[in-house]
Ligand binder design. Structure first.
Ligand SMILES: Cc1cc2nc3c(=O)[nH]c(=O)nc-3n(C[C@H](O)[C@H](O)[C@H](O)COP(=O)(O)OP(=O)(O)OC[C@H]3O[C@@H](n4cnc5c(N)ncnc54)[C@H](O)[C@@H]3O)c2cc1C
Length: 595
């Protein structure tokens, strides 16, 4: 078999791959499915029966559950064997994150520990730090936290005032300052704290043990959701941190913080996928049971629409999650083959896909918000009652658009990072964009007689890409260096890019499913693809038009660009009503998300 073609981050905008080049969830092996099942069993036995008590903010209960998950080995999935873990692939880590994501507050505490609380030390720490701390974090003996945000430094993370001064005997850094919104703060043993040394302009990273004198943790914040996770402010008052606890090099902290956030964004995408599936299951079961007008509400078209939309968006997110995860595994292997230290090879493989990480974070968190919002609606008044899981899911969902970089920041990052990668010469974005612009007067939708089902979809995708490239080129020309200040337009362009990428993931997945399992097994998946592309086309068109109207210097320019975008986003009509009904009926038949 030929090796799959792998694209660089963001390169999907200017290049194509075949369906066989991507990894799809239908290819999970038995070991991966077993890990997923173990996590599901853990949620069923240790988390779900105690959800109400967890939500009272009982942190000793949360700590106990965390310990149990550590004893079961769940905290070591991302950690190499030599540090007490199981060294699983990134795809497996993401599958595990997906399953954990259905665990409400437990998911947030667990993911903060295993991800941002452990991995800075794993990936950037030295051998002593890995042996001393990572082994205990992997077993759950220690719980970890990540301390970046400060009262005056949220999105602008490098603006923090917490500082470290080398002691006269050069054995310690003396740490002063405070951190805010720290997950696991009230039971974490180990904190990775970001602070500036002396007059440095960039951050460094330190391992701080909670019992060092001068570390003071406030009581937990009272939050809208994820009430069972500990979130608090931490103060550092002349805390003596041994010099051996500096992670990486002096001044490397900001880079560490950012690369770890790329990983956090990807894992958040997987978490919200698991949370979406759980809320779909709750929604469909309620819809089946609830009778009004002498019928189950699941028989009503308005409810079927919601159920189908929940499924389609979740399926789309899932398609993207595992495509990116396998790309990252490939990149990690490549980095290792090039002789990089395994820790660095891994985190650099992960952060290489920064464009896709930001897409998954934004897209995933907004999918979950849609799913839980319509989930509450399907539950009617009961959706507003704390008795139901969907009420908790609704409140818990909201944080995902805020942490790991807000969706506003991540939307800006998608376009900005793609353009920076192109400017660095990783791939040619501006050449194809210029070409699309040069051909604007002769644009057609490219339709050819007798084109097959997937060829048609591929053509749509090519056109969506061209529409995004056109808009990028025209905006770049109009704004020049001021582009970065035109956030509304950047958002329009990111939305075009994001919908194009997700559309491509769905199309390639369905095509690959067909080649694996046969055409007769994918008709429902084709329904999903048809609806998805139909909606994506109008979304991309609207975003493109909004962008163009914001910068066109004349009516003529606006008309030319708008016409081109319209041509490139023209897709055949779809009976979305019937397609959604078929999807909803399948969900109702299974009573559980099983796609
Ligand atoms: C429950 C919870 C848990 C958390 N856990 C942790 C943790 O474990 N560790 C940690 O370090 N932090 C943690 N955080 C902090 C979180 O990462 C920050 O809240 C987040 O980065 C946003 O910062 P901020 O709250 O200061 O918002 P701000 O940065 O003040 O943003 C306010 C609004 O302005 C927008 N905005 C800001 N800058 C720009 C810009 N340049 N362009 C456009 N819009 C902009 C934002 O998108 C947002 O809508 C947590 C937060 C919460 C609520």
């Amino acid at each position: 078999m030929s090796k799959p073609k792998v694209l660089k981050s963001g390169e999907f905008l200017v290049d194509e791959i075949q369906a066989n080049d991507i990894f799809i969830p239908e290819e999970f092996n038995e070991e991966q499915l077993m890990i997923a099942q173990t996590i599901q069993d853990f949620l069923d036995t240790e988390v779900y029966p105690q959800l109400d008590q967890i939500d009272t903010g009982d942190i000793s209960l949360m700590r106990d559950i965390m310990k149990k998950s550590g004893e079961l080995g769940l905290m070591g999935i991302s950690i190499p064997e030599e540090y007490g873990g199981f060294g699983q692939s990134f795809v497996t880590q993401m599958l595990a994150a997906e399953r954990v994501g259905a665990g409400y507050s437990f998911s947030v505490a667990f993911m903060a520990h295993c991800g941002i609380g452990t991995l800075p030390i794993m990936y950037y720490g030295n051998e002593y730090q890995r042996q001393h701390y990572v082994t205990k974090l992997a077993s759950g003996e220690f719980i970890g936290a990540y301390c970046l945000t400060e009262p005056g430094a949220g999105s602008d993370a490098n603006a923090g005032k917490t500082h470290a001064t080398l002691s006269e005997d050069e054995k310690h850094y003396i740490l002063n300052g405070s951190k805010m919104w720290i997950t696991n703060a009230n039971f974490a043993d180990i904190q990775t704290v970001f602070a500036k040394i002396g007059n440095d302009r960039v951050l460094s990273a330190f391992i701080v043990e909670r019992n060092y004198p001068g570390v003071v943790v406030n009581p937990d914040e009272k939050k809208m959701g994820i009430k069972g996770s500990s979130t608090a402010q931490i103060f550092y008052n002349d805390v003596k941190v041994p010099v051996e606890n500096l992670v990486g090099e002096r001044g490397e902290g900001f880079r560490i913080a950012l690369t770890i956030l790329h990983m956090g964004r990807l894992k958040l995408g997987a978490n919200v996928l698991g949370a979406s599936k759980k809320s779909i299951n709750d929604s469909v079961r309620y819809a089946i049971d609830r009778k009004q007008f002498n019928a189950s509400i699941s028989t009503f078209g308005a409810i079927k629409y919601k159920l189908a939309e929940q499924v389609i968006k979740t399926f789309a997110l899932e398609s993207a999650i595992y495509r990116v995860s396998a790309d990252i595994d490939n990149q990690i292997l490549l980095n290792k083959a090039n002789g990089n230290d395994p820790g660095r090879a891994t985190i650099e493989g992960i952060s290489f896909y920064a464009v896709e990480a930001a897409i998954l974070k934004v897209y995933g968190s907004e999918v979950l918000d849609y799913v839980v919002d319509e989930g509450v609606q399907i539950h009617g008044g009961m959706g507003y009652s704390a008795e139901m899981h969907i009420e908790k899911a609704y409140r818990d969902s909201r944080i995902n658009r805020i942490f790991e970089g807000t969706n506003e920041i991540n939307r800006l990052l998608v376009l900005d990072t793609a353009m920076k990668k192109a400017m660095k010469g990783e791939y040619d974005l501006f050449g194809p964009a210029e070409k699309a612009f040069a051909e604007i007067d002769n644009l057609t939708d490219g339709k050819v007689a007798g084109e097959g089902y997937y060829a048609e979809k591929l053509r749509y995708l090519r056109n969506f890409k061209k529409a995004a490239l056109l808009a990028i080129h025209a905006a770049n020309k109009a704004f020049g260096k001021q582009f970065i200040r035109e956030q509304e337009v950047m958002n329009n362009l990111t939305n075009m890019i994001m919908e194009t990428y997700i559309s491509e993931c769905v199309a390639l997945r369905v095509e690959k499913m067909e080649s694996m399992k046969g055409a007769e097994t994918v008709s429902l998946y084709k329904d999903m693809l048809n609806v998805y592309l139909y909606d994506a086309a109008s979304l991309i068109r609207k975003q493109g038009m909004d962008a163009v109207n914001a910068f066109a210097s004349s009516d003529e320019e606006a008309n030319t660009l708008s016409k081109a975008i319209e041509t490139l986003t023209t897709v055949a009509g779809v009976n979305t009503k019937e397609a959604r009904r078929r999807i909803a009926d399948k969900l109702i038949e299974e009573q559980v998300y099983k796609f």
